[in-house]
Design a protein around this ligand. Structure first.
Ligand code: SF4
Length: 468
């Protein structure tokens, strides 16, 4: 009989904290895509913080209160505060069950039994609104083995509130991952329609769907190739972030990229100015998730109370960076990107500068690395360089959402992700630079392992202050 996933990981990676192995396995496999599982998740969708994409019920399912597109929980939360982005996959060994939930037969089990089948359908169609059960009312199993109890991140009061002019808070560009609010008031990325002589070309990063210019821009008042954010939306943003019950400690500012970094710098300074005036740079650890903006803009942001910066390089290897991120390569260039990160360390200080990578993007598509070991060596070499400059690299697991092969994973394996994270943790330790939890912590890292690693390693050896 083949070993369970968690048993195999324990045998192969005893040095990795157990909860980190579990989080990696959940990120990689998700929960099993089954009728029973979907039912549990759809019901929790009444009260959990929703994924930004609604779930489309399979044709075999009854509509849920007349709807076929329904909200679905975005984030799992374990009792020890570990947070994991939720996905469904057909080959997952992981199943979530409601501890006190009434078990209804599945459609397959009710085949030929009209009475039970109708009861199931009615119960699903006419369900009363489910409300959050306090604590951790779900049990996670790997096949038949109980693993732990958990819950979902709930919707918070702010997300259902309206601004004074009647705009829903969540329509101001705000989202939330645990205790991090992410503010994207200008989501359209100019690299999707980059000027190229007399034409426009799509030079977006290969893995990205998020920055596609679409109707979100209209409601936010964003205009491509214009840095200014409408004052009325800035007012709404400040009103939303000032809500007393955001339960957030970090506020991360992002936007679609501009082809002119000086203009992008102006946009972020404008945003920081509005937050500063509203006293919000005092309340939150505000970080700038822009492109490689000029140092002058960084200095202005620092003076306005912004505390950290994260300029995402996405891919380390120079040839892969050019291939995967053609817009960043053409309009900024890798050398300038690295220079901007070093300038950010001068401005914001050690521990307050990160750069994020999409782990696996360098292994995907025409011209990709063909050998995962080559990709691993390249990324770890990059980590050495960046940490020596006091820049913190962080890696999210690449979920393939674009192209013909989308959804066909793995691009790289769970083992590759764990080896990379083990190498990163060892590099942080060698360089004496742990993840700064004021900037990025276990309550907000929903697709990365670095803060979990550093937290759990510190619990094991509490006398390693300042180290991973
Ligand atoms: S810069 Fe790249 S990752 Fe960022 S929004 Fe544009 S295309 Fe997407």
């Amino acid at each position: 009989m083949s070993k369970s996933v968690l048993d195999r990981l324990e045998a192969d990676y005893p040095q990795i904290p157990a909860v980190v192995r579990l989080k990696a396995a959940l990120l990689f496999y998700g929960l099993k895509d089954s009728e029973e599982q979907v039912k549990v998740l759809v019901e929790a969708g009444d009260w959990a913080f929703p994924n930004f994409m609604p779930h489309h019920l399979a044709p075999s399912f009854p509509a849920y209160r007349g709807k076929r597109q329904v909200p679905f929980p975005y984030l799992l939360r374990l009792a020890d505060d570990t947070q994991v982005r939720l996905r469904l996959k057909t080959d997952s060994p992981f199943v979530l069950k409601q501890l006190d939930g009434q078990a209804y037969p599945t459609f397959a089990e009710t085949e030929g039994d009209l009475v039970s089948s109708l009861a199931w359908t009615e119960q699903f169609q006419e369900a009363p609104l489910h409300t959050q059960v306090e604590g951790f009312p779900y049990a996670l199993y790997e096949e038949d083995r109980f693993i732990t109890t958990l819950s979902f991140e709930p919707k918070l009061a702010w997300s259902a509130s309206l601004t004074a002019d009647g705009t829903p808070f969540k329509a101001t560009g705000l989202s939330q991952h645990g205790d991090m609010m992410v503010l994207n008031p200008a989501p359209g990325c100019e690299y999707f329609v980059a000027p190229f002589g007399h034409e426009k070309k799509n030079l977006s990063c290969q893995f990205c769907l998020y920055g596609l210019p679409d109707q979100r821009m209209t409601s936010l008042g964003q205009r491509l190739f214009e840095a200014e954010l409408p004052q009325e939306n800035l007012n709404r943003i400040c009103e939303a972030c000032a809500h007393p019950e955001t339960h957030a400690q970090h506020l991360y500012l992002v936007s679609g990229s501009m082809v002119d970094m000086a203009e992008e710098g102006r946009r972020f300074v404008q945003l920081a100015q509005a937050l500063n005036t509203a006293g919000l740079t005092e309340r939150y650890y505000v970080a700038c998730g822009s492109g490689a903006i000029p140092k002058e803009a960084m200095l202005k942001m620092k003076a306005l109370g912004v505390k950290g910066a994260c300029f995402n390089l996405e891919v380390w290897d120079p040839a892969q960076f050019k291939r995967v991120c053609p817009g960043k390569d053409k309009f900024v260039g890798r050398e300038r990107w690295l220079q901007a990160l070093e300038e950010a360390v001068e401005v914001f200080g050690e521990g307050n500068v990160m750069t994020a990578f999409v782990g696996g993007a360098e292994l995907d598509g025409d011209g990709a690395f063909s050998d995962p070991d080559e990709a691993l060596a390249s990324n770890l070499e990059g980590a050495e360089f960046l940490l020596s400059k006091r820049i913190q690299p962080i890696y999210s697991l690449h979920w393939k959402m674009t192209g013909k092969q989308r959804g066909l994973e793995p691009i790289y394996s769970l083992d590759h992700f764990l080896k990379l994270n083990q190498g990163l943790a060892e590099a942080r330790q060698r360089h004496g630079l742990a993840i700064n939890p004021d900037f990025f912590c276990r309550r907000c890292a929903y697709m990365q392992l670095e803060p979990d690693y550093d937290y759990w390693l510190k619990q094991e050896s509490p006398n390693t202050e300042g180290q991973a």
